[in-house]
Design a protein around this ligand. Structure first.
Ligand code: FES
Length: 170
């Protein structure tokens, strides 16, 4: 990663926005990348605005790398006020906001955020309350129990929580 991007990422994660579980969310989406072992969960809450259903707020928790956390922080701000369709149209480079273009080895970090967002916004959204998996604890971004969490999530996916593995989708 070049110095400029490193600086922007460091800045974004110094005070990450919208981090943490959202208990009153309308939907939740979780994705994992089994290649790098990162995982990201995103919550979305809607509101009515001018007769349209738009995103009121979004939050996230991540077991991901710093870049994924930085992108999720920026993306959860950028999608506010957008309809689900508008947010779904956003490409990883748009979700990365002021970070600008990511180097090839980091593009999948933004795709992880895009995947979590798609999972949360997709029509077959899970309704909160159906998910039985305990939410990861804030600050556990580098938790050694990542694999446990992924395994639990997979085991319970029939019970309402969906974890998409990006690399398996393609
Ligand atoms: Fe895989 Fe960033 S290194 S999400």
């Amino acid at each position: 990663m070049n110095d400029e991007l490193q600086k922007k990422v460091a800045e974004a994660i110094r005070d990450p926005q919208n981090i943490g579980e959202m208990p009153d969310a309308d939907s939740v989406g979780t994705v994992g990348n089994s290649e790098c072992g990162e995982m990201l969960r995103m919550w979305v809450k809607y509101k009515e605005q001018d007769g349209e259903k738009v995103i009121d707020k979004a939050s996230f928790q991540s077991f991901g790398c710093e870049t994924a956390i930085a992108v999720a922080s920026l993306a959860t701000e950028l999608i506010r006020g957008k309809t689900a369709d508008e947010a779904l149209e956003m490409k990883p480079e748009e979700l990365s906001g002021e970070l600008g273009p990511l180097p090839p080895m980091k593009i999948h970090c933004a795709e992880l955020v895009q995947g979590a967002l798609r999972s949360a916004l997709s029509p077959e959204d899970q309704v909160l309350g159906q998910a039985e998996e305990p939410a990861p604890q804030p600050g556990s971004a580098l938790s050694p129990t990542l694999q446990d969490s992924l395994n639990e999530g997979q085991a319970q996916s029939g019970g309402g929580l969906k974890i998409n593995f990006l690399d398996e989708e393609e």
